[in-house]
Each structure stands twice: as structure tokens, then as C-alpha cells.
Design a protein around this ligand. Structure first.
Ligand SMILES: Cc1cc2nc3c(=O)[nH]c(=O)nc-3n(C[C@H](O)[C@H](O)[C@H](O)COP(=O)(O)O)c2cc1C
Ligand SMILES: [Fe+2]
Ligand SMILES: [Fe+2]
Length: 388
């Protein structure tokens, strides 16, 4: 990536290629980047620091970008440690620099740092402007996307939106894979619960002429911005991107898995796009992201000690926690003496918003028999009809 985002606007972020779990739970295969930027004008502004895992590299990048200059401002768009960890060291290194944040930023600040910043605070609110010379930053509050203090900054001269975590993705900065899948997994799991807050910010962003989006993770976005904004609009309204059925199963001995595969085949025979997920072997955050993507879902689960098999329980808890809604769902249960999985899954879905369960609820009593295949066909018909 070209580190010169625009004239006198420099990328000083760092890659963390070996991090295994982001935020302690999301598996990474291509690492992550902690993005940070400097605007060199009459005044010098640094936009966010970086994670403690890359402190040395970040300070090196900062010094290289500054040359002989020193920063006048540190803009803090987010107090989460993956971006804020180095604020304390920054304040020490540059005693003349002021720290720019909103009221909530400065509430969180002393919870993480002990430096006295009473003389160094620049308190901003919605619409406030900070002139750096030729460049001007306008602050756009983004509360609960996904922390309360989050704010974006719009640079008027170059039409850049510094978007905080929004529009970020997993993967180091030059990781050459498509934006969508890893941005979806990031969004749904980290921000997913806060769709209405994202909608509020998207409405404000619609009033800005944006040429470039600079997020806090992943690549700087310069082209096709409508595509990325469109994805955020769908995800934050809990509307699917595509027609298709996610068939997610939890099976102890493989019979429920077989039923799920038969259902998948029957859906495909009806022309449906499908994604088959063995929940015991699929990271739950990835499974959640697939549900955000497609319009329908089929759940197949063994009854386990009068409960759901744990990976299905965990999956449904995650879907509920991320406020997943507006999906059509088919249910397959298995149980050899007192099947309960179907009722338990139905109850969980009923506690979520606008989840429509279609008939029939298919019950398998151990192994898949001819009547199960018939019933799965009827369920495939119902799911197919719901997708039209
Ligand atoms: C540890 C264990 C607990 C089970 N608990 C129940 C139960 O509470 N009620 C029931 O009807 N079947 C129960 N079963 C039977 C399973 O539901 C049945 O074997 C399974 O659903 C068959 O499908 P599978 O091969 O996909 O696991 C249990 C099976 C095991 C191994
Ligand atoms: Fe964050
Ligand atoms: Fe972040």
C-alpha cells in the first residue's frame, strides 16, 4: 500500500501478522493491522496510536513521518487498547502535544492512564472543526460503533473520512484477499449488536462528499465506496446480502449431519445456493457472519442430555447476542428417546426479533430413514418457497 494517503497525509500504522486471536476470541489467519495516520500541515495531527504489541514499530513510523517536526495534536477516535495503548507514551514523548477527544473519551481516559491531561485536553463535539492549516478536521460522533466514545473525523480538503473501526477488516494491510468476507466477519461480530448506531452514522456520512475512507484496521478504501457503504447499510439493518440457505448442524454420531447434508442436497436440487456448516468444526464467529450474509437458515441438532448439543447452543446464543433478525428458519431435531432440540431451538428463535420458523419441524429418531428423507424434502420445499 502507498503510505502517502494524500499529499502530507501519511499512513503510520503497523501490521501484527502473528496475532492468533483478535479481541481474545476471533481467530486470525492473516493477522491484523492497527492503522494510524499523520497530517503534516501548519499544525501536525496524529490520528490514533496503536496496540501495545507494535509500540516500537509505531513510534519508529511516527518519527519517520514527522522528520524534524513534533505533533501538535493527537486525535483519539477510540479508546480501545488496540488503538489507544500508546497514548501515555506519546504524551510523554511530545509534551507540547494536545489530546483531542469528546466528553466520553475523557471519561474513559483516566480508567486507562494516570497522566494528568487537564491542561492538554481539546474537547470536541459533533460538527466541531479543527483547523490544521490547509487541512480541516470535522468531528462526527459515532457513539456505540462499538464503544461509547467512538468518533470519526472528516478531512475537508482531501475528502477523507477517518472512520474509526468502521469499514475495518481482519488481515494485515497488504493481505491480498477480498475485503468483503473478512470485513463481514469483523463487522458482524464486533459491531453487529449495534446496527441502529451504525445507521445513525451512515445517515450523517451520506451528507459528506467522501473520496477516501481510512479505517483503523485493514486497507484504505479509495474506490467503489458505494459498495462498502452499501454492505454496512445491509448489515446494520440486519438485511441479507444474498439469497441462500445456511445449513448449520450439531451432530454427536453423524446422523444429524447426514440429515443436514440431505437437506442441503434437496435445497440445491431446487436451485438454492447453500453453505453447510458443521458447528463443531466451524468457528462460531464465522458461522455468525454466514447468517448475516444469507436470507435463510436451517438448524439441525441432536438432543443431548435433554438439551441442545453445546455448539448449537453456543451458535444460537451468539446469533441472539449479535441481534440477528429478519431470517426464515427451518428446524431439524434428532433424539432417540425424548427429542427436545426442536422445541429448544424454536424457543431461542422466538426470543429473537422477526425470526420466522417454517413447517415442518423435522424429527429424526436416531438414524435417517425413508420418512425422514420425505420430511426433509417438505422442509426444503418450504425454505425454497420462503426465498422467492
Ligand atoms: C451423551 C448423549 C446424550 C443424549 N441425550 C439424549 C436425550 O436427552 N434425549 C434424546 O432423545 N436423545 C439423547 N441422545 C441420543 C441422541 O440424541 C441421538 O443419538 C442422536 O440425536 C443421533 O444423532 P447423531 O448421530 O447426529 O448424534 C443422547 C446421546 C448421547 C450420546
Ligand atoms: Fe474497537
Ligand atoms: Fe479496533
Amino acid at each position: 500500500m502507498d503510505k502517502n494517503i494524500a499529499e502530507n497525509i501519511v499512513y503510520i500504522g503497523c501490521d501484527d501478522p502473528s496475532l492468533d486471536l483478535f479481541e481474545g476470541q476471533y481467530p486470525l489467519t492473516g493477522g491484523v493491522s492497527y492503522n494510524s495516520y499523520v497530517i503534516l500541515d501548519e499544525k501536525v495531527a496524529v490520528l490514533d496510536t496503536a496496540d501495545g504489541r507494535v509500540s516500537e514499530q509505531w513510534f519508529e513510523n511516527l518519527k519517520a513521518a514527522l522528520g524534524t517536526r513534533t505533533p501538535d495534536y493527537l486525535i483519539v477516535s477510540h479508546m480501545e487498547p488496540d488503538h489507544a495503548r500508546n497514548i501515555g507514551r506519546f504524551l510523554e514523548a511530545y509534551p507540547a502535544a494536545k489530546i483531542v477527544g469528546n466528553a466520553k473519551t475523557f471519561t474513559l481516559f483516566p480508567q486507562y492512564f494516570s497522566e494528568d491531561i487537564s491542561e492538554r485536553k481539546v474537547l470536541v463535539k459533533e460538527g466541531d472543526e479543527l483547523s490544521l492549516g490547509a487541512h480541516t478536521l470535522v468531528f462526527v460522533m459515532a457513539p456505540m460503533v462499538h464503544w461509547p466514545e467512538v468518533m470519526m473525523a472528516y478531512e475537508k480538503k482531501e475528502k477523507i473520512l477517518f472512520s474509526a473501526d468502521a469499514f475495518g477488516k481482519f488481515g494485515t494491510i497488504n493481505f491480498a484477499e477480498d475485503w468483503t468476507d473478512e470485513a463481514r466477519r469483523y463487522y458482524c461480530n464486533i459491531v453487529g449488536k449495534y446496527g441502529p448506531s451504525v445507521q445513525t452514522v451512515l445517515k450523517k456520512a451520506a451528507g459528506l462528499d467522501i473520496a477516501t475512507i481510512c479505517p483503523l484496521h485493514g486497507p484504505v478504501l479509495k474506490e467503489n465506496l458505494g459498495y462498502y457503504i452499501g454492505k454496512y447499510d445491509l448489515w446494520s439493518r440486519y438485511e441479507p446480502e444474498e439469497k441462500g440457505v445456511v445449513v448449520a448442524y450439531a451432530s454427536i454420531h453423524g446422523n444429524t449431519a447426514q440429515a443436514a447434508r440431505i437437506l442441503r442436497d434437496q435445497l440445491e436440487a431446487r436451485g438454492e445456493r447453500t453453505v453447510l456448516l458443521d458447528l463443531a468444526r466451524t468457528d462460531v464467529a464465522q458461522a455468525v457472519a454466514e447468517v448475516f450474509r444469507f436470507d435463510r437458515l436451517a438448524l439441525a441438532c441432536s438432543t443431548y442430555d435433554a438439551n441442545l448439543f453445546p455448539c448449537m447452543q453456543d451458535f444460537l446464543s451468539h446469533l441472539k447476542a449479535k441481534a440477528v433478525q429478519n431470517r426464515t428458519v427451518g428446524i431439524v431435531e434428532n433424539g432417540s428417546w425424548a427429542p427436545a432440540a426442536g422445541r429448544l431451538m424454536s424457543e431461542m428463535l422466538a426470543s429473537m426479533k422477526n425470526m420466522t420458523v417454517v413447517e415442518p419441524l423435522v424429527t429424526v429418531r436416531g438414524a435417517v430413514k425413508e420418512d425422514t428423507v420425505q420430511a426433509l424434502g417438505a422442509l426444503a420445499d418450504a425454505l425454497h418457497a420462503a426465498g422467492k
